[in-house]
Design a protein around this ligand. Structure first.
Ligand code: ADP
Ligand code: ASP
Ligand code: MG
Length: 457
């Protein structure tokens, strides 16, 4: 059975990294892998910035930004081929760069940047990186087909945050992708981007290449989806917050999904869902240390482990909305009315804690607070606390570990914990703290639960 190999932005950031990627892909070639690529390094950020610059009418600055991005790609090509890259690759880069140039000029003239135009502009990054890697593999004598993923990755038309249509993706994969797969051959394609049924380019949201990889994995019935990145797997905490988090060698789909949803950037939050449905293991590996440690995520992964907690994730800023009933509504009716409002406004709620006549819940920092206040104000008293963060302790054994709560709150005695909620699946203990305390809370919890006592393994 085949493999999906997804390489993130830092894994294809320059010629040195791309050489590593080529070695990893070459070793996997006998298993007819599908290689899903992100844009090089910070290309997507650069394209977003160029589009915004154009929207302000600053045509020259936007085109300059584009030229810099194109130059970075050309430089990587010159380094990879130690001289002149293949002519058709050069032509591809020129053609794409002309298209983006025209799009940026159009945006600048109109001073209008629709989500649809933005998706067309930012899709450049993945189209470019995937062409470079495909051409490089080819020149290293690895039989390679380049696939424009928009032929397969069917989505709805919610530009910027498009919803993939799994059934259609599977059907399209059978006709457009599977015929390209063969033993010893590699298919190279793009993460993050897709297309509507009319062929209009969409994107799956920032960090969406992981999601693309698992969707493709499910569509082709892959034996494994490998996420190649710049860490040795999913770690016990965000390495940008904790000095020495340790890799989690095995974890369950549920744990990985919770960690991703609660801020562990290493996986896009939707990545696990297609893998669960198709029961495909997902591994997370370090491109620069292919022989190092890595995480394996499966249905029952790590569930036999005695560790009390698996990892910590955090996400901020978020807002906490507290809603108190002004009328004597029965609680069930009160909650129903509240959630009807959030549903209608399309606001997703992450954590909920209820009391007799009040309920607190967390929403994203950019939730439409004025509209929420107005709607809920008709039947309740509403207060909002902004600049908060969610800190989540995740693990299959949380509820089976006596004394865990005491350890958690002991560790956080110096921090004001404003809200506590045990997720209904009982593998996620979420806390709300002020944003300024987020990093300290993560560090203190990590110290208390993972450092020095061997618990994390
Ligand atoms: P890629 O470009 O490969 O998709 P990302 O930057 O999206 O990589 O994700 C990898 C990064 O996620 C790591 O470099 C790390 O800083 C961050 N991260 C946050 N939480 C975790 C965690 N629990 N385990 C591993 N990495 C994490
Ligand atoms: N290139 C896209 C981004 O930066 C998608 C990804 O890397 O996963 O968001
Ligand atoms: Mg990522």
């Amino acid at each position: 059975m085949s493999l999906v190999l997804k390489f993130g932005g830092s894994s294809v950031a320059d010629a040195t990294c791309i050489r590593r990627v080529a070695e990893i892909v070459r070793a996997a070639a006998p298993r007819s892998p599908v290689v899903v690529l992100s844009a090089m390094g910070k290309t997507t950020d650069g394209l977003f910035a160029a589009a915004q610059t154009a929207e302000r009418g600053e045509t020259e600055a936007a085109l300059r930004a584009l030229r810099e991005i194109v130059a970075k790609h050309k430089k990587a090509c010159v380094e990879l081929w130690e001289g002149e890259p293949p002519v058709d690759l050069q032509q591809f880069i020129e053609a794409l760069s002309t298209q983006i140039d025209m799009l940026l000029r159009g945006v600048s003239l109109l001073r209008e940047l629709s989500a649809r135009s933005r998706d067309a502009i930012v899709s450049f990054g993945e189209l470019m990186s995937s062409q470079i890697v495909a051409a490089f593999l080819h020149s290293r004598s690895v039989p390679t087909s380049w696939l424009d993923v928009r032929r397969v990755m069917r989505t709805d038309a919610r530009f910027g945050e498009a919803e993939p249509q799994a059934a259609q993706i599977s059907a399209l994969a059978r006709t457009e992708l599977v015929p390209l797969m063969a033993e010893g051959r590699v298919v190279v394609t793009q993460g993050y981007i897709g297309a509507t049924k009319d062929g209009i380019t969409t994107t799956l949201g920032r960090g969406g290449s992981d999601y693309s990889a698992s969707l493709i994995g499910a569509a082709i019935g892959a034996a494994e989806v490998q996420i190649w990145t710049d860490v040795e797997g999913i770690l016990t905490a965000d390495p940008r917050m904790v000095a020495e988090p340790t890799p989690i060698l095995e974890l369950s789909f549920r744990e990985a999904a919770e960690l991703a949803a609660f801020g562990a950037k290493v996986l896009h939050p939707a990545t696990i869902q297609p893998a669960v449905e198709a029961n495909i293991p997902v591994t997370v590996r370090h491109t620069m240390r292919p022989d190092g440690k890595f995480s394996t995520i499966t249905a029952l992964g790590g569930t036999g482990s005695p560790r009390p907690a698996t990892a910590i994730a955090s996400r901020g800023p978020i807002q906490v909305i507290t809603i108190e009933s002004t009328r004597m509504l029965a609680q069930s009716g009160f909650l129903a009315r509240i959630f009807e409002v959030f549903g209608r406004l399309g606001v997703s709620v992450d954590v909920v804690a209820t009391a007799e006549v009040s309920v607190s819940l967390t929403v994203e920092a950019n939730a439409p607070i004025d509209a929420i206040r107005k709607e809920l104000g008709a039947f309740a008293h509403v207060s909002v606390a902004a600049d908060r963060a969610l800190v989540a302790l995740v693990g299959e054994r949380l509820k089976h570990t006596p004394g865990l709560a005491a350890r958690v709150f002991g560790a956080l005695s110096s921090i004001n914990v404003e809200m506590i909620s045990m997720g209904s699946n009982e593998i996620n203990l979420s806390l709300v703290v002020e944003r300024k305390d987020e990093a300290a809370a993560v560090r203190l919890l990590h110290q208390a639960l993972f450092e020095g006592n061997g618990d994390s393994k």
